[in-house]
Design a protein around this ligand. Structure first.
Ligand SMILES: [Zn+2]
Ligand SMILES: [Zn+2]
Length: 350
């Protein structure tokens, strides 16, 4: 049996490759993928990556075939796939540091944007009561949960989120749910079609205000609106915007960068003197393993984060070439889902 999967490189070069499907080994499971979300990191790869590389890691699907020793799932189960999970056996894992696991299970060079994927059973979580499209948000939401926990926002604290993409909107929803007294999102440029739809989504998720770095005096206005010191700033926007975060920071503000560049623009000069004097803490979050998949599934199921409102486009795998137009031009895009079945249900080419 064969399966198609998508690889890509810079310039939004995409290629649909066909490969022989592996027979799952002892603890492995072959998943028939239904949906895979397009992550910002996929878009960065499609801008910077020299060689064709696998795409997609926000995966939901159905168990298709299982190895002889698999006990966690059975054929036909609806599952989400962790793109990386810890082994639970190495010294770091046993010492309680799963993030430092020395023997992680991963996607092993396979694309989530593809028809099938073969992974270790430990990477799977069964879901029910939500759609496959909603389930595909489990990974990015788990990243947001980790980020928000890293930010250590105090009860009734004030949070500013730089960025207005899916991660920023989900972080805003978490901040509201976990009792922040002030939540603001900051986009890059006012007036674009893309940012307008994202602004509406951030406000619908409970953000108190959305402003833009392109607006004159936005920092002063934001600080006035906050009405007190900002406890945490989550930087989902590109690394260069850490400077904006440091300008916005108050005495003791904690800053959590999660936006990647995957290119030269990840290098930023910052004023260490000022960080020391202002007692700011910069803590990068840990993306892999995201962990918190069970909690994320619960948050989706209970409607704490209304992820389905973020889906603007569903694109069949065979038509993934439309991604270039979708993201290069100013379209009303929040979250794009690649669907492995052929029918287009909503959204599509702009
Ligand atoms: Zn991602
Ligand atoms: Zn380990």
């Amino acid at each position: 049996m064969k399966g198609k999967s998508l690889v890509g490189s810079k310039g939004f070069q995409l290629e649909l490759r066909e490969r022989d499907l592996p027979t799952p080994g002892y603890n492995q499971v072959l998943i028939k993928i239904g949906v895979c979300g397009v992550c910002g990191s996929d878009l960065h790869l499609l801008s910077h990556q020299a060689d064709l590389t696998p795409l997609g890691h926000e995966i939901s699907g159905k168990v298709f075939q299982i190895g002889r020793a698999v006990s966690k799932v059975k054929i036909g189960d609806d599952v989400v796939v962790e793109d990386k999970t810890y082994c639970g056996r190495c010294t770091a894992c046993k010492n309680g540091h799963i993030e430092l696991c020395s023997d992680m299970h991963d996607l092993n060079g396979q694309s989530g944007m593809g028809e099938y994927i073969c992974v270790h059973e430990n990477m799977l979580h069964i879901f029910e009561g939500i759609t496959p499209e909603e389930a595909a948000f489990t990974e990015p939401l788990a990243v947001c949960v980790n980020t928000y926990m890293t930010a250590q926002v105090p009860l009734h604290g004030k949070v500013v989120i730089l960025g207005i993409g899916p991660l920023a909107i989900m972080c805003a929803a978490l901040a509201v749910h976990y009792g922040a007294s002030f939540v603001a999102c900051v986009g890059s440029k006012e007036g674009t079609k893309r940012n307008k739809i994202r602004e509406d989504a951030a406000l619908a998720a409970g953000a108190d205000t959305v402003t833009y770095m392109s607006c004159e005096h936005y920092k002063e206005t934001l600080k006035l609106r906050a009405g007190g010191p900002i406890d945490a700033i989550i930087v989902t926007s590109p690394p260069s915007t850490i400077k904006e975060a440091l300008d916005l920071a108050d005495y003791g503000t904690r800053i959590v960068p999660i936006g990647l560049d995957l290119g030269e623009n990840s290098k930023v000069q910052i004023d260490i003197d000022r960080i020391i004097m202002q007692k700011n803490t910069i803590v990068p979050f840990i993306a892999e393993p995201a962990g918190k998949f069970p909690l994320s599934l619960e948050l989706i199921r209970d409607g704490v984060v209304n992820v389905k409102e973020l889906i603007t486009h569903e694109i069949p795998l065979e038509e993934a070439a439309v991604l270039k137009n979708l993201f290069h031009n100013d379209n009303g895009v929040i979250k794009v889902m690649i669907k492995m079945n052929k029918e287009r249900s909503i959204g599509g080419m702009c």
